[in-house]
Design a protein around this ligand. Structure first.
Ligand SMILES: *Cc1c(COP(=O)(O)O)cnc(C)c1O
Length: 354
C-alpha cells in the first residue's frame, strides 16, 4: 500500500472565486476553495488522484452511499505562519484513522501516498486560500463514499475519495451548556463508534435536537449499557478536571480516538499535570460538582481544539462549573495552537511542513 506518486495531474479552475471571499469575516466550513482532490476506486483499485476544480459530482440514484451509508471522513487543518510557510498537524494520524474507519465499513483502504501527496499538492495549488489571521485556518475535509450502484445490500464496487477545503475563522462556540444523555446512545459495543462514519453523526442529530429544545447546546454521551459513564461530548472527546487531576475516558470501540485528545494527554505529561485515563461515572462528576472539587470540563477536537463547558444538566438539575483564572483548558489550547501555527518549538515532531 505504499505506491509512490511523483506527479499528480492538476486541472486548474478557469476562474478563481477568491476575490469574492471576505477573509476577515469567515465562518466555519461555508465557503470552499477553488480546487479539490479527486480519486476514484474502480476495477478493484484506486486510480491516480487528480486535483480538479471544486465542482458538483454526478451520482446514480442507486449509488450505495444513498442506501447503505458507506461513508467515512476526516477533519484537519492547514495553517500559514507569518513567513507564509504552510503547516499541517499530525496528518499521518488522519490518514491512518481514515483507513481504520474505511475498513470497518468495508470500504477499500487508500495508499498512504495518494492521501499525503494528494493533500500536499492540493494545498500548494490553493495556498492563497489558507488564511493567515489569528485563529483562522484552512479546514480540510477528506472523505470516502460508495459511488458504485445497485440495490443489492452489499459493499459497492466503486468509491470516491475527495479532499475539499474551506477557509475558516476561529471556531468559537461560546461556553457550552451540555446535557448528560440518559436515553439515546451514539455508539454501542461492537459497533462503529470508533470510526469517523457519516452515519454516527446522523444518529446524533435527533437526541442533540431534543437537548437543544431544553436549552442545552450539546449532549454528553454515556455508555450504551448503563448510561452511568460519560464517554464523549457531542462530536468531541471529553475531559474532566477533579481537583488538579485531568481525567478522560479510555478509547474503546464506542469512542473515537481523537488526535486532539491524544495530543492533550502528551502535553499534559510535559506540563506535569496529573492525568488519569479511566472510566468516569456520572455519579462521580455530580458528587465532585456538589463538593466543589469539579474544576473543569471540556470537549476536545480539531475544529475548536478545546471547548470549555460552563454547565451540565443531569436528571432535571443543572450544575455550574466554576470560572478559573488559570484553567487547564486555556493552557492546553495555547500549547497546541502554538505548535500548530509554528509559534513555538515542537518537541513532539507533530508539525509537518507542506
Ligand atoms: C472527530 C471526532 C473527535 C475528535 O477527533 P480529533 O481527531 O481530535 O479531531 C471526537 N469524537 C468524535 C465522535 C469525532 O467524530
Amino acid at each position: 500500500m505504499s505506491a509512490a506518486i511523483n506527479n499528480i495531474e492538476i486541472q486548474k479552475a478557469k476562474t478563481s472565486k477568491i476575490s469574492s471571499i471576505d477573509f476577515d469575516n469567515l465562518s466555519f466550513g461555508k465557503v470552499f476553495s477553488d480546487h479539490m482532490l479527486l480519486c476514484v476506486y474502480k476495477d478493484g483499485m484506486w486510480q491516480l488522484p487528480k486535483v480538479v476544480p471544486y465542482q458538483p459530482i454526478t451520482l446514480d440514484p442507486s449509488s450505495k452511499i444513498f442506501h447503505y451509508g458507506q461513508s467515512v471522513f476526516e477533519g484537519l487543518k492547514a495553517y500559514k505562519d507569518t513567513d507564509e510557510n504552510i503547516w499541517l498537524f499530525r496528518p499521518e494520524d488522519n490518514f491512518r484513522r481514515l483507513n481504520i474507519s474505511s475498513k470497518r465499513l468495508s470500504i477499500p483502504e487508500l495508499p498512504e501516498d495518494y492521501f499525503m501527496a494528494g493533500l500536499k499538492t492540493l494545498l500548494q495549488v490553493d495556498r492563497d486560500w489558507i488564511p493567515k489571521s489569528e485563529g483562522s485556518s484552512l479546514y480540510i475535509r477528506p472523505f470516502v463514499f460508495a459511488s458504485g450502484n445497485g440495490f443489492h445490500a452489499s459493499p459497492a464496487d466503486e468509491y470516491m475519495f475527495i479532499i475539499a477545503t474551506a477557509p475558516s475563522g476561529s471556531y468559537f462556540s461560546g461556553k457550552l451548556k451540555v446535557l448528560i444523555e440518559q436515553t439515546y446512545s451514539r455508539s454501542a459495543n461492537g459497533g462503529v463508534g470508533f470510526a469517523k462514519a457519516g452515519g454516527n453523526y446522523a444518529g446524533q442529530f435527533y437526541p442533540t435536537q431534543l437537548a437543544v429544545e431544553k436549552g442545552y447546546q450539546q449532549v454528553i454521551w454515556t455508555d450504551d449499557t448503563t448510561h452511568e459513564y460519560i464517554e464523549e461530548a457531542g462530536a468531541m472527546n471529553i475531559f474532566v478536571r477533579i481537583n488538579d487531576t485531568l481525567i478522560t475516558a479510555p478509547i474503546s470501540d464506542r469512542i473515537l480516538d481523537g488526535i486532539t485528545r491524544r495530543s492533550i494527554l502528551e502535553i499534559a505529561k510535559t506540563e506535569n499535570i496529573p492525568v488519569e485515563v479511566r472510566k468516569i461515572s456520572v455519579k462521580e462528576v455530580v458528587e465532585a460538582s456538589k463538593n466543589g472539587t469539579l474544576k473543569e470540563m471540556f470537549g476536545a477536537g480539531t475544529a475548536a481544539v478545546i471547548s470549555p463547558i460552563a454547565a451540565f444538566g443531569h436528571e432535571d438539575k443543572d450544575y455550574d462549573l466554576p470560572t478559573l483564572e488559570n484553567s487547564y483548558g486555556a493552557l492546553l489550547k495555547k500549547r497546541i495552537t502554538d505548535i500548530q501555527t509554528n509559534k513555538s518549538e515542537d518537541p513532539f515532531g507533530w508539525r509537518v511542513k507542506v
